[in-house]
Design a protein around this ligand. Sequence first.
Ligand code: NDP
Length: 477
Amino acid sequence: MTIYQNLIAGEWVGSNATKNINPSDTNEVVGLYADGSADDTRNAIAAAKAAFPAWSRSGIWERHVILKKTGDEIMARKDELGALLAREEGKTLPEATGEVIRASQIFEFFAGEALRLAGEVIPSVRPNIGVEITREALGVIGIITPWNFPIAIPAWKIAPALCYGNTIVFKPAELVPACSWAIVDILNRAGLPKGVLNLVMGKGSVVGQAMLESPDVHGITFTGSTGTGRRVAAASIEHNRKFQLEMGGKNPMVVLDDADLNVAVEAAANSGFFSTGQRCTASSRLIVTEGIHDKFVAALTDKLKTLVVDNALKAGTHIGPVVDERQLKTDTDYIEIGKSEGAKLAFGGEVISRDTPGFYLQPTLFTEATNQMRISREEIFGPVVSVIRAKDYDEALAIANDTPFGLSAGIATTSLKHATHFKRNSEAGMVMVNLPTAGVDFHVPFGGRKGSSYGPREQGKYAAEFYTTVKTAYTLA
Ligand code: NDP
């Protein structure tokens, strides 16, 4: 089998490899992907450092053309890349193809942003002096990504980093290297100079750790778990390095008595269970007021009965497998914790077999949960959702905000008053009214508050905050 190698200083290198396994069919090896070392990482950082002076001064048209070509090729290959993504991560083919399209749109967006770089010219408070405020590239950016969005998250970090003139050392999650390899290959062929984008696949504890320890990495953008995020933060402070963290969520969806039942059920089913619940914006706490509680639980349970859990590539599958054995164990451990805490298992809870060997888990719904239970406070990152009763809107809002996280929050209501109040008072970075808590656009800011995020927002124009540093220049006329 061919080894998909790392790209360091413009050369494909690496002879040690790790198997990329399909979670829908564990007999299938998606490919062999290089297992980079700490030395590979240091070489990649040196290459990115050497490439920075020229790339940070490159013309905006050159950047535009490379980003545009990349977006175009991703779109032209959406079906092939969608199938690759579904095979390595386990989300369904329509979900995977949708993610590939989104990655293409992100490159298109930042191709446009490259042509819109601008600054400000303002007068000084002192006479005859002018002030220019410009944004300059930060330097070498370390990109560390998780397994749950194998192409969209790399795209939303790589595209702005390049757009604003930075060079990159990119370490994707070891579980899902295939889509990352594909976009690096596309960017490389689109004409990026050697060393501007370096790919080092391998273990977080080796490759990621070497990035954290290097004084030559000027910014780290990280998406993943809270624990690893804390390590990134501690190491970055030591090096006086800029860092940006997107971490977990325990996102609430409030369902009020006046909600449209169909809208509420569709939004809850999508938020909680699609993509196998493996989205940081998934809603795993449904906070439901008394008047609609029983009707809502019955309708959501009926909906769950119709959802097909099967091989991600099979037509008609609504929920693909859990990503790997370790995550499946986490999910089933939490199901046991929920039962032992006294929540009522209303649906699912079982690991199931399908024609192909994989990590299949029924969508799982707990009712009669409290907000103090571990299943309501800790991120599970699987298709496991709790329903919590609230007596009225005020109590529902208080429960929604009573969490260490603050990424996304939703409300299902037909009341303008409550929708408006919730948008204003939810302690989350993103708020959805009558929509799933997951599913965000590529051209507007993404990020959260409290334990979910740290640093500037990602995506859209707001991405410039992280990937650039501001210069204030004075001139005597
Ligand atoms: P991890 O934190 O384990 O991994 C994230 C990345 O960090 C991986 O590339 C991993 O490498 C790497 N890593 C691991 N150890 C180190 C280290 N010591 N130094 C540097 N890098 C390291 O998270 P998962 O990939 O398991 O993702 C699931 C978690 O991420 C969930 O908690 C989820 O909520 C969160 N998440 C948050 C999102 C958000 O936007 N807020 C989006 C997506 C996920 P490797 O795995 O290859 O060893």
